[in-house]
Design a protein around this ligand. Structure first.
Ligand SMILES: [Zn+2]
Length: 240
């Protein structure tokens, strides 16, 4: 898989990297590791050809020129303002010059795919935001007093403007409460929705703002990556 997709995957003791503000347990269970590898492979196999190379191409001396994926056991955060039970992380290692994705391999295959799709969007997002201002006007999508919390604390019960907010069918702009934490989490959650395994249009896309945000993400990714432009429709664009 490392050669096929140009990523470096780390397992067992090797998967405990120099993580910034969280720790991971060593995952030794072979079935879990194989399950996680299958989930990761499934996601990577749906990317357009050459996408990872392009995502990690060297533009300047600060470019991150590769993707490391660490499969660990249970993850815990050391930061006070972090989510209580994290299942994945994406961060930039500027010393190694690598994009890093850390996944809790004890999750179900379904969740591992979801988490991989979500963390992958963070890497795509970081790259786009570093070299363009395409997501600068993202907050224009907020309507009817909707806002981001800019915090990971207490988001779980804040349903306003989400699809389960029955009082506000006019002001629905988030697919879930986690999407409300930060703009980049919103984008990662929408990307995950677009990337899911099925062919049925996700019901969340019936809300106009969410649909517009989803199409906007597709357009921005397309504009920033030639590997996407070389295909008429990539996997996450199949609902357009
Ligand atoms: Zn995230």
């Amino acid at each position: 898989m490392n050669e096929k997709y140009n990523v470096d995957i780390f397992i067992k003791e090797d998967a405990i990297g120099n993580f910034p503000d969280f720790t991971g347990e060593v995952l030794k269970n072979e079935d879990n590791i194989i399950g996680a590898l299958r989930g990761i492979d499934d996601v990577l196999s749906k990317l357009p050809r050459g996408f990872i190379d392009e995502l990690c191409s060297e533009i300047d001396e600060n470019s991150l020129t590769g993707v490391n994926i660490y499969i660990t056991g249970k993850l815990s955060s050391n930061a006070d303002d972090a989510i209580s039970s994290p299942v994945g992380y994406a961060y930039s290692d500027n010393d190694l010059k690598r994009n890093c994705i850390v996944l809790d391999g004890e999750q179900s295959m379904f969740n591992i795919k979801y988490n991989m799709q979500h963390e992958l969007m963070h890497i795509i997002d970081n790259r786009i935001s570093k070299y363009s201002d395409d997501f600068q006007s993202w907050n224009n999508f907020l309507i009817n007093d909707a806002k981001y919390n800019y915090s990971y604390i207490g988001y779980e019960n804040d349903y306003s403007n989400t699809v389960v907010d029955s009082d506000s069918s006019e002001g629905i702009c988030f697919i879930n409460t986690y999407s409300k934490t930060y703009p980049n989490e919103d984008r990662a959650e929408i990307f995950k929705l677009l990337f899911y395994d099925g062919d049925e249009i996700p019901s969340e896309l019936s809300y106009p703002i969410i649909r517009e945000k989803a199409y906007y993400i597709c357009r921005v990714i397309r504009e920033n990556f030639k590997s996407v432009q070389s295909e008429d429709k990539v996997y996450w664009e199949r609902f357009k």
